[in-house]
Design a protein around this ligand. Structure first.
Ligand SMILES: Cc1cc2nc3c(=O)[nH]c(=O)nc-3n(C[C@H](O)[C@H](O)[C@H](O)COP(=O)(O)OP(=O)(O)OC[C@H]3O[C@@H](n4cnc5c(N)ncnc54)[C@H](O)[C@@H]3O)c2cc1C
Length: 133
């Protein structure tokens, strides 16, 4: 029997972390939410791609920065951005498995309804809902 979750999220970048926090806030128990991240830390892309002196701007590329969710960000340095997400992960007790690269996801029919089967380098998991960000 594979480990079963209500929601599996692939990728612990801003999108995946925000979705996990929103899901917690909407009433899904955090123990039922799993984030699988292929990197050794969250926000692997930001850590790798942003120059150290770069400011994370809220109105990136001129987009209007209107906050419609839980995570409202203002302009921050790269390290402040990482700390901001550290705090979100801690506040919402988001369950992230690191070094877990997902290489397959498919819908399977089972007694009790359809499920998603997610195959990763850390093992195989099942969920009612999966989101790849
Ligand atoms: C140089 C640069 C500067 C930027 N500056 C800004 C800015 O100032 N302001 C702004 O708002 N936006 C900026 N952006 C854009 C912003 O970084 C992205 O919009 C944001 O990171 C997207 O978030 P995401 O969670 O969708 O994806 P990502 O940040 O790409 O996160 C995806 C995560 O998924 C993981 N992953 C990928 N594949 C797998 C897999 N198979 N299994 C498990 N995990 C996986 C990755 O390791 C990563 O941690 C910038 C982007 C770049 C490249």
């Amino acid at each position: 029997m594979n480990a079963m979750y209500d929601l599996i999220i692939i990728g612990a970048g801003p999108g995946g972390i925000a979705l996990a926090a929103e899901a917690c806030a909407s009433g899904i128990n955090q123990s039922q939410i799993l984030v699988l991240e292929k990197g050794a830390t969250h926000n692997f892309a930001i850590r790798q791609l942003y120059p150290d002196q770069k400011l994370t701007t809220a109105n990136y590329k001129g987009f209007d920065a209107r906050c419609e969710g839980l995570l409202c960000v203002s302009d921050m340095t790269k390290s402040e951005t990482i700390e901001f997400f550290d705090k979100v992960i801690s506040d919402y007790q988001i369950n992230i498995q690191f070094d877990a690269e997902v290489f397959g996801m498919r819908a399977v029919d089972q007694e009790g309804g359809a499920r998603f089967r997610v195959e990763s380098s850390n093992g195989t998991y099942e969920s009612k809902v999966s989101a790849c960000l």
